[in-house]
Design a protein around this ligand. Structure first.
Ligand SMILES: [Zn+2]
Length: 101
């Protein structure tokens, strides 16, 4: 017999409680940082593990810009705050979880 979720009573394979929890508690921070030579970096915080890799890749693809990611932080070259916000919504992250500063 399939393992059941204690929260919703559905089989674990189709239960989305973990995903919902993650969405509720998620805080994504988006801000820009001025680097040397007056270059801007857009910094996105709030991802870990595989999701960090995946999101960094998607954002670089959508925004067509270079960037790096490490230690839970994605850094994109240039000032892309508005575009990053739109891209995150496009990727399915909720408006409330995105904190612009
Ligand atoms: Zn559940």
């Amino acid at each position: 017999m399939a393992e059941m979720c204690v929260k919703c009573g559905l089989p674990k394979e189709i239960c989305v409680c973990d995903v919902l929890d993650k969405e509720t508690n998620r805080r994504i921070k988006v801000y820009t940082e001025k680097k040397k030579f007056r270059k801007y970096m857009t910094v996105i915080e709030g991802f870990t593990g595989e999701e960090l890799d995946k999101t960094a890749k998607e954002l670089k693809h959508i925004l067509a810009c270079g960037g790096t990611h490490k230690n839970g932080t994605i850094e994109l070259q240039g000032d892309h705050k508005d575009a990053v916000r739109k891209a995150l919504l496009q990727l399915g992250y909720s408006e409330e979880s995105i904190e612009m500063s």
